[in-house]
Design a binder for this molecule. Structure first.
Ligand code: SF4
Length: 405
């Protein structure tokens, strides 16, 4: 199946047996985690020197009819046109708080645009400038895989003990699954509260789709042991995700075998190396990093927490940051009185997030100004209602100050 520019993409396209095709986005890309789609369209050439001027003109023509959201991991050339910047959950809520905006142009990735569509009114249209801007982590838990897992838990007779806790970085289908089974969505800053709440509803958690956030939360924040956690591998042969029935019965945390291809690259060796290079450096990492990396770091926190921590630190302090490179570069530029470096020695952009570039933004804005809605992201009402239930459960968590990756 190929999806062309201008085509509406709905969750039905990701229903069982109809998963999106996988395209390799560059040398060394992981074909099992990098999703791409055809996006022909009439894109302006990247070499057009008038691109920024065209974006400004189209933006001005749209006025308050449009609201442009920019995720922290976006390129500078795109983020300069954002009306608001933030993490995924903050951006979705910002969109919902502007019911007067007819068009929400989401400079982020697909699951974020879906969340914005779920939380905004039916009259608002959410646009993703490039449909190839997916998320490798979200793609690691497909609807059919998660349904198969649940059926296996039913066959073992333990499904009634299990409460799903699903990270914001997931498709609308998986959020709806979570709502249907009485679970909650979580973010990287409220995952501990979400898991604690879920353990008051049942005795086991199915944590989707990021195994690292689930493990870091369970062990480092809630005092569980690594032995309390098992990993469900959707690609393992057999019916039980590579586990035995006894392992599933004994586990408290059933972690889905998913990860972020950006944050998963950092290793304990990166931490040791930067400490050797920069004496006195403090290392702060995102909880999507591997457990061993978080253990080796000085601090761990969501994107917003990383920004707050570094911005609030004293002049002269030195930081090595384990998160997406665009954000680290902006943190370095915005904190010239401090040393802010990327944790790894090699570059580590989110390749799918970077699909949104200035030509795609210009194309999306000029199309809207001309009365054409390109790349609208819509979630069908049934899926949206179930996903909204899981999102509302998150908002009802005690003392929630929800923020996302
Ligand atoms: S940084 Fe990781 S989790 Fe975030 S959008 Fe990119 S692949 Fe997905």
């Amino acid at each position: 199946m190929s999806i062309s520019a201008g085509q509406t993409l709905t969750p039905a396209a990701t229903a069982p047996g109809r998963e999106l095709p996988l395209f390799v986005l560059g040398a060394g890309a992981d074909p099992a985690s990098e999703r791409g789609v055809n996006c022909p369209g009439e894109l302006p050439p990247a070499s057009d020197p008038a691109l920024a001027e065209r974006a400004r003109a189209a933006r001005a023509a749209l006025g308050e009819r449009a609201f442009v959201l920019g995720h922290h991991y976006q390129r500078d050339e795109v983020i300069q046109f954002a009306d608001v910047t933030g993490d995924s959950f903050k951006l979705a809520r910002e969109a919902a708080a502007r019911p007067g905006a007819e068009f929400v142009v989401f400079c982020g990735v697909h699951f974020m645009a879906e969340s914005a569509d779920i939380l905004t009114s039916p009259a608002q249209k959410v646009v993703l400038p490039d449909l190839a801007a997916g998320c490798s982590m979200a793609d690691m838990a497909t609807y059919s895989q998660v349904e198969q897992c649940w059926e296996a838990l039913e066959d073992l007779g333990i499904d009634r003990e299990v409460v799903p806790v699903t990270y914001m970085n997931s498709s609308a289908d998986i959020k709806a699954f979570t709502g249907r089974h009485g679970g909650t969505i979580c973010t990287s800053s409220n995952a501990a509260r979400a898991v604690s709440w879920a353990l008051s509803q049942g005795s086991k958690i199915l944590f989707l789709p990021d195994q690292h956030l689930g493990r870091n939360t369970a062990v480092l924040e809630l005092g569980m042991s690594l032995a309390d956690c098992v990993v469900w591998d959707p690609h393992a042969p057999g019916e039980c995700g590579g586990l035995t029935p006894e392992q599933l019965r004994a586990a408290t945390m059933i972690l889905w075998r998913g990860h972020c291809s950006v944050h998963g690259r950092f290793s304990p060796g990166c931490v040791a190396d930067v400490r050797a290079r920069i004496p006195g450096v403090r290392v702060i990492v995102h909880p999507e990093c591997q457990h061993e990396v978080v253990l080796a770091a000085d601090d761990v926190g969501s994107t917003e927490r990383i920004i707050e921590t570094i911005s609030g630190s004293p002049a002269g302090s030195a930081w090595a940051v384990g998160t997406e490179l665009n954000l680290v570069q902006r943190l370095a530029a915005g904190n010239p009185d401090k040393t802010v470096v990327f944790l790894d020695k090699t570059v580590c952009y989110c390749s799918t997030m970077n699909r949104i570039d200035l030509p795609h933004l210009v194309w999306a804005l000029e199309s809207l100004a001309a009365g054409r809605v390109q790349n609208q992201i819509t979630v069908d009402e049934r899926t949206a209602a179930q996903a909204r239930a899981a999102l509302e459960q998150m908002l009802a968590l005690p003392s929630d100050q929800a923020r996302a990756a």
